[in-house]
Design a protein around this ligand. Sequence first.
Ligand code: BG6
Length: 506
Amino acid sequence: MTLINPLRDPRDRRLPRLPEPCALVLFGVTGDLACNKLIPAIYDLANRGLLPPSFALVGFSRRGWTDGEFTKFVRDAAEKGARTPFREEVWNRLAAGMRCVSGSFNDEAFDRLAQALSDLEHTHGIPGNAAFYLSIPPSAFPAVLKQIQRTGMASNEVSGGWRRVVVEKPFGFDQKSARSLNELVDEVFTPAGVFRIDHYLGKETVQNLSVMRFANPLFEGIWNSRFVDSVQITIAENVGIGSRAAFYDGIGAARDVYQNHLLQLLVSTAMEKPVSFNAEAIRSEKLKVLRAVSLPADLRSYAVRGQYEQGWLAGQRVRGYLEEDGVPSDSKTETYAAVRLGVETRRWAGVPFYLRTGKRLPRKVTEIALLFKPASHLPFDATNTTGLGLNQLVVRVQPDEGVTLKFGSKVPGSAMEVRDVAMDVLFGEAFTEALPEAYERLILDVLLGDATLFPSNDEVIESWRIVDPVEDLWSGSAPCRYRAGRWGPPTADEMLARDGRRWRRP
Ligand code: BG6
């Protein structure tokens, strides 16, 4: 049921948009993602007044929990992970809508879940609206989806409200499995009710890329192959895989980060201006970029994979990947991936896009750097310009969210000596508002039914087209080793050196 307030003008920005009364059903409650990100985000939304007064959080757990035990677990996770202050009155309101359905993925437990959802109409005034969040291993998707289908829980008609599903990445293991998963999801839910999540698209700085590019004529003229020499996109993490071996081993950096986050950052950087800022127009532009992405003919030289060995990070000795708990001692899973891609469009032909991601690198940093071509002629003595590098525009996605512009400047003194300087915008200083977490925005969008920040099925399939050849090339081979605390294996530096370039040091 859609309730529209006739007195409300959608253009009015004084009041935030609130979802209709609804339930969020969380599968995988005890997983890392739910504890560290989803539960804190739900609390923060409640604290910011962005959840509807009638809101139920329904946990599906295999631990045999009572409602009380579930509520206690959620409280601990919210207190630990929330970004905004913990307030008892907010918590009490949220806790009043918590339910737990315990059991495994069998008929009996799902019948109880369906019953619990229909009970919410009488107990909480929630008229059938519910989103199912699948924060579970991909291998469990089919069983859960089939149960949701069997019980009629996915049907808008049966429930009398809207029914939506949020599917966490990785969406499939390769293009073929992504297609079958997609067929299954589309068979169960209506296409408009499917939200494939890539949390990078919920990050403020990634959304700001569109604003930078499409609200400011300043950048448009230089955002192309005439001026840009190359683009480097980095998602670096200093953490190792922690307790995630069961998920990570066999998946690796390419499927975990390159197939989704890195490619989405490439798309946000390279896409053309959509005709308007709605889901359909944006998805259509994004898809065009993905379709235009090319792999180098000599892929072997431009796709590097690595695995961290023990080393030192921030003064601490850390274990190698093979010594991590739960990792087989002969694992060939990569924890680092770097590739060179091209974008065959009029704007970008000839500009290499270098993408890299890795764990146990020196620091956590995500950035998109545009490196510009050198001036065609410099009227200064060559000896005076040795301190001049390529001009750079760096979008700092995290941490220190902001933008840096690097360019040459005169060194004060009697000579015309030129050296690089940096001009910085820190969003944290430019605005008084703290940046919300990506999951807050995305969960809210799911409840509002706004798919603008979610990749479409076609995007997912096209991303696998780009990743599958790299995985095929790597299959069976061992990754190069790199010491924890270094910027990846030496072969990654050689890859850029071959093109006469170097990785930026973020
Ligand atoms: C997740 C990956 O999607 O993104 C993790 O599964 C990775 O391996 C994480 O650590 C990085 O996200 P963020 O927001 O911390 O950069």
